[in-house]
Design a protein around this ligand. Sequence first.
Ligand code: NAD
Ligand code: GLY
Length: 363
Amino acid sequence: MSDSIVHVDLGERAYDIVIGGGALADIGSRCAELFGSGKRILMVSDANVAEYYVSGTEALLIGAGFQVSVCVLPAGESTKCVARLAEIWEEAVEARLDRKSFIVALGGGVIGDLAGFAAASFLRGIPFVQVPTSLLAMVDSAVGGKTGMNLPQGKNLVGAFHQPNLVLADLSVLATLPLREQHAGMAEVIKYGVIWDPEMFAFIESHVAEIQALDSEAMRYLVKRSCEIKADVVRQDEREGGLRAILNFGHTLGHAIENVCGYGEWLHGEAISIGMVYAAKVSEVVNGFSSAETDRLIALFKAFELPVSWKGLCWEDLYKAMTADKKAENALPKFVLAEEMGKVGLPLEVSVELLKRVYDDGA
Ligand code: NAD
Ligand code: GLY
């Protein structure tokens, strides 16, 4: 079957997301069409992904007439740091990249964010291509142009908006993604169902076995629909002046959990699963969101072995982390709250008393 294309309509920064079971095979021709053959490329990846996909992708790009250099970094969140960014910059100088050259980010969200930021900053900005290899990267981080890295003081504290010129999501690479990572990616897919698309939510409920078996048509539908939703949101609000904040449903508590427990104990998707259950329960009180819908959400997370409870996590630590988050205003945490399945509002401040009451109910 031919690849599916989602167009991200951002005027002169518009680009296509190509989704298919063998989309990577066309990387050479697609890049040649976009940039012209013969350009210099720095391909950035991590050690896990490189084991499977770097040499094949490099060969495809060389076969299409490009001059390719490769930079393989260690896998994991700690790679999103200044030292590794400097490594990419140095490799870019070594490879003699110029303004017509481009970077290929081949990996999960860590590589996409860091290589994207390298592209945003090197020579004041050169083009880049996202080749997301984790489910989370396909449905979220590779789309929308947020790039960046962590500082010792906090996650994603430095970054830039820099849209890719092309996103190539090859669903076949999900076969080598560890199961826990697949489930964590599903948390973001389920999020799109809650914030935007009740039909996709229902589809996931009725296709759990197919999704777990990575059925190609089910995965194509989920990745395509998720990208369409994110593209629609980003088209309306590229720089998060308003609407884009709804993508943070579940993230207020989720980020606090990652912060308090240390990045690595919970995967991002796992932390936001707990955060989405908490946000749904706050939504019941504030918006009259139906508790039956919260139960559907909990059942779906459990089907993908995602955590749903904050039991054992200390309220004071979580609250402190929520108020310190870069999105909190006047040190008050803000929550995206559900109104009904498929519909959420813009972030709202919620009183500490109410937040504590919901926490206590589940603690
Ligand atoms: P990741 O990049 O660390 O990838 C997860 C793990 O899976 C890594 O060990 C990686 O090596 C491995 N992996 C990836 N693809 C693989 C494959 N096909 N086969 C085998 N192993 C594979 O993490 P992630 O979950 O992809 O992304 C998380 C990062 O994304 C965080 O840093 C987060 O801040 C960022 N993020 C950014 C945005 C954005 O809009 N820019 C949105 C959400 C998350
Ligand atoms: N992951 C949230 C965003 O891209 O805005």
